[in-house]
Write a protein that binds this ligand. Sequence first.
Ligand code: UTP
Length: 291
Amino acid sequence: MSNRVRKAVFPAGGLGTRFLPATKVIPKEMLALVDKPIIQYGVEEAIASGIEHIIIITGRGKGAMEDHFDHSFELDATLEKRGKSELLAVSRGVATLARVSYVRQKEPLGLGHAVLCAKELVGNEPFAVILPDDVIDAEVPCLKQMMDVFDERGGSVLATQTVEGPGISAYGVLAGSPDPANPRIYNCTGMVEKPRFEDAPSKQAIIGRYVLTPRVFELLEQTEPGAGGEIQLTDGIKALLKEEKVFGYTFEGKRFDAGDKFGMLQATVEFALKRSDLGPRFRDYLKSLAL
Ligand code: UTP
């Protein structure tokens, strides 16, 4: 078994109902954050972290993602004819970004089921899972930070953020204790999916980045579907916890939930302000609004 994390799975088979009607025809993962589809941020993060193979779990109506990460001959030829060399580089750059494979999830039977669809392509080696909705702005890519923890500790790693107050109920929450040697690492002993605020075992909320050992596939296969016939990834990880070490890791950086309207608005404002071509004008515009 290779112990290097070389492959990243992007579950993108969900229905994206929180973004209707925009997602009736357009996959949520293809919604633009400033000028880039949200999934491209995750793919770029994976490549920058050293990932060699991207595996996207797709579903009905998700074909636009396959076209996006491929050559567009008509577009490229037209840009070339018009002498638009910078735009041509952008278009070609996306197609050559990474080695990408696709697996179709025939029914959206949950995140755990989506990850399980990648079992054959991943094989018997540790792998990453990136939820494309979660866009993370970080100096060192979030996944790279997690892969370093995996290399050091040799156990699965779940990205977490500290959530104060009742907002914690929207997340899977870790139980356990902070590592004495590194306060960003959390020694995980359990987890609870969407607990009531009073019942939350900690403030450590799981977000959409995971480094997992392949044992999780077998455990997911044995996981009984829960509400709505869905197989939850957290149930597979809970089973993994009984056999192997699992760590939480409070990454350095800021995460945006771009699969949610408000999160997308926050990300749009912050990413636009950071852009050298748009930022100054956009800042002036925001200041001009009588808020
Ligand atoms: P979400 O619950 O955030 O996504 O799942 P969703 O179901 O698409 O969106 P809403 O809640 O209806 O708006 C987290 C991730 O898991 C993927 C989704 O595509 C998303 O990236 N997913 C979810 C699958 O790939 N398959 C599933 O069966 C469920």
